[in-house]
Design a protein around this ligand. Sequence first.
Ligand code: DGL
Length: 276
Amino acid sequence: MSQSLENRAHAPIGVFDSGVGGLTVAREIMRQLPRERIIYFGDTARLPYGSKSRETIIRYSRQIIRFLQEKGVKAIVVACNTASAFALEQVRKEFILPMIGVVRPGAKVAAKTSKNGRIGVIGTEGTIGSQIYTRTIREHNPKAEVIGKPCPLLVPLVEEGWLKDPITVEIATRYLDFFLKSDIDTLIMGCTHYPLLRSTLRGILGDAVNLVNPAYETARSLKLMLEEQGLINDDGEEAGLKYQFYVSDAAEKFRNFANSILPCEIEEARLVHIEE
Ligand code: DGL
């Protein structure tokens, strides 16, 4: 490995989302790639992304990637389904950093593991409206039938911490009723927040439906990508802060949520004026 590649392998991974949702992806990266450093950006001032236009999401993503690039990251994880759906293709053309989104890894696993080819996807209005899961699943299984359903109310319920609350169960049941009648054998939790509702969704759908967690699959794909590019950090602990968190607003609220789901305690989330 050349000296510069070795140095780059020690650089952190940039991970971003509209807010706290991408922490489910960061958590999987921490578990599967424990030697990697992470710089996380949560765009808490401008969430939700799920109801915004493609142009807006591309502009936000561009600003955040520029910020992470200035911090010296070696790769970018677009840890938001909506930004992966709307912006990833465009920003890949504009930056030379290796990038990975959360859609392809989950879509691929769903296409390969579904037995009857009937796959459900839940996500934001933006993600479902973009049809990105349908297109990506069909690249791997052209005959797959993909049934998408936006479930926007689940995001604020997760952020409220009401993961198993009767209200959450009732709303999720109302959304998933649609799938209970459509004979799917696989459901992609296509929004960063939904893996936190896994047991609630499992309780409603039963064991016959396989739940695909894009956060988990993304961390696996990230590992492969870093290995292929000689960017994996296999040198043990690095000096300095292992995980750093930045947000565009409400840092304390973010920190509290992060500490409720991450395997480590975070001391600080720093405020950044990302538009400047
Ligand atoms: N992170 C977003 C996603 O996965 C959900 C939250 C939002 O709409 O900003 O699509």
